[in-house]
Ligand binder design. Structure first.
Ligand SMILES: C[C@H](O)[C@H](O)[C@H]1CNC2=NC(N)=NC(=O)C2=N1
Length: 99
């Protein structure tokens, strides 16, 4: 695990991730059409999170899922947050491109 680079942070920012708490956390809201889609998205994330051994903090609403990423072990952002964020964006694109 290594710290996140400023290039990675910029990329996440341009993908719509908010950088919070003095660059210790990132957050993004994903929109869906109903609760089932929201839950299915969460289920899509689970294998990637387990594979990276890195897990998001998630808030599920009826038609939106708010994802927060930070590396609790170091109290800040690392490459694991970057990798999982990119993966989650990919999963969202796949999910919403065939609606
Ligand atoms: C032991 C295990 O590797 C750690 O507890 C992992 C699990 N998943 C994790 N997820 C996140 N987001 N941050 C962590 O620090 C973290 N640590």
């Amino acid at each position: 695990m290594v710290g996140i680079s400023s290039k990675e942070l910029e990329e996440l920012k341009s993908n719509g991730w908010l950088i919070l708490e003095d660059e210790k956390k990132i957050k993004k809201e994903f929109k869906f059409k109903d609760f089932k889609q929201s839950i299915d998205f969460l289920k899509d994330i689970q294998p990637s999170a387990d594979a990276l051994d890195h897990h998001p903090d998630v808030c599920v609403y009826y038609n939106k899922v708010i994802v927060e990423l930070t590396t609790h072990d170091v109290g800040g952002l690392t490459d694991l947050d970057y990798k999982l964020a990119i993966k989650i964006d990919e999963l969202y694109k796949m999910k919403t491109s065939n609606l």
